[in-house]
Design a protein around this ligand. Structure first.
Ligand SMILES: [Mn+2]
Length: 328
């Protein structure tokens, strides 16, 4: 299967294999071929939804330290920034998410895959609104939400008022209209097509919303009892069962802060990074159609421990880019 690109394989060998497959399929084109192998990266350099600029630096940090990403044949298609005005964060977020969603929509339509790098987790509203509308003609979007939190507040239930605590509710169609009506007026996700993994810190209002909607939540307790491998596989089945494709929204705070310190809102008792990476192997069977990694906070990292984990996760996520299979 062409999307199963082994890590550390010689790049030329990989190209030869893919050229052969393209020739065989009759889609061989001598020019402009290699551009198709670039994994599209969309950066969202904003911490506006967290009220903390810290995690807004991640895309710029990765862009500037391209040696970290040398194993990934990628291209930054855009890096988004939040405007300084107006003062109202909802207005600024809404403008930002509209721009992200438009770009993500275009990129997904043409490439069939992308990796979005936040930023605080509110950027998920832009990313997944774009992906959901891009695949709408084929069906609904499923989403795996890997996070220590539920991120399912509405302005009425949120104590902090921070928008990065609201993106999943907004994508389900609940909350301020400036967040729920990005690109289109309809909800971007149906509750039965969503699963959360790694949750261990939440408030009653958001939990009540998800419970009422019947969203499947794999709390950390269940993950520990059953193992992340089994849970990931089951969750993947939920989000892919009735959908045209599913995405993965990965919040770095899902990881245990002892093993990954560089996140904005650390919560003890999280996922083991090695076990999580190993659990992604179930995606090869049915690959995601987009991937998002958020909430990396450089200022809180130690010796780039979390940055290096983020890079390994992005490497793995890049393996699912179906660049060659699209041309069949
Ligand atoms: Mn989150």
């Amino acid at each position: 299967m062409p999307h199963m690109r082994p890590r550390n394989s010689p790049k030329d060998a990989r190209r030869v294999t893919q050229s052969f497959l393209l020739k065989k399929s009759g889609a061989w084109q001598p020019r402009g071929l290699w551009e198709d192998f670039m994994v599209p990266f969309v950066g969202i350099a904003s911490g506006l939804g967290a009220g903390d600029a810290g995690c807004g630096e991640a895309p710029l940090f990765l862009h500037q330290h391209s040696d970290l990403l040398k194993e990934i044949e990628h291209e930054w298609v855009d890096i988004f920034f939040a405007d300084d005005f107006p003062e109202d964060p909802y207005e600024r977020c809404s403008t930002l998410f509209q721009a992200i969603a438009k770009k993500v929509y275009q990129v997904h339509k043409s490439k069939g895959y992308l990796i979005s790098i936040g930023g605080d987790h509110s950027c998920a509203i832009g990313t997944w609104s774009g992906v959901a509308e891009a695949i709408r003609p084929s069906g609904d979007l499923g989403l795996l939400w890997i996070d220590a939190h539920m991120d399912s507040h509405t302005p009425e239930t949120s104590e902090s008022g921070n928008i990065h605590g609201m993106p999943l509710a907004a994508l389900l169609g609940y909350g301020d209209q400036r967040l729920t009506q990005i690109l289109t007026n309809r909800p971007k996700l149906l509750p039965q097509n969503v699963a959360l993994i790694g949750v261990r810190s939440y408030e009653s209002g958001e939990a009540a919303l998800l419970q009422r909607l019947g969203v499947r939540i794999y709390f950390m307790e269940e993950v520990k009892a059953r193992g992340i491998g089994e849970v990931m596989k089951e969750a993947m089945e939920i989000v892919s069962r009735n959908t045209a494709g599913y995405g993965v929204s990965f919040d770095l705070d899902s990881l245990d802060p002892r093993l990954s310190p560089g996140v904005g809102t650390p919560v003890p008792g999280g996922l083991d990074p090695e076990e999580l990476l190993a659990s992604f192997s179930c995606f090869y069977e049915h690959p995601p159609i987009a991937f998002e990694a958020v909430e990396y906070n450089l200022a809180l990292d130690r010796d780039l421990i979390t940055a290096k984990l983020l890079v390994r996760i992005l490497e793995r996520a890049s393996d699912f880019c179906p660049s060659a299979t699209l041309l069949y």
